[in-house]
Write a protein of this length. Structure first.
Length: 58
């Protein structure tokens, strides 16, 4: 996913995540549904990193 993000920085999250995963991260971030359509794959990769990935220790 990181490589895809580097090649296509404004890629839609659906390129690598399912609709259920996107909805889950939106709920964890307490974000309204309508703003989720404007999020990129990069946004969700940062959420993944913060919730148990590379940035969890920060």
């Amino acid at each position: 996913m990181i490589v895809v993000n580097r090649i296509v920085p404004n890629a839609p999250p659906s390129l690598a995540l399912t609709a259920s995963e996107v909805m889950l991260f939106d709920r964890l971030a307490d974000r309204p549904r309508d703003t989720a359509l404007r999020r990129t794959l990069s946004t969700y990769l940062h959420h993944i990193a913060r919730h148990g990935g590379l940035l969890a220790h920060l």
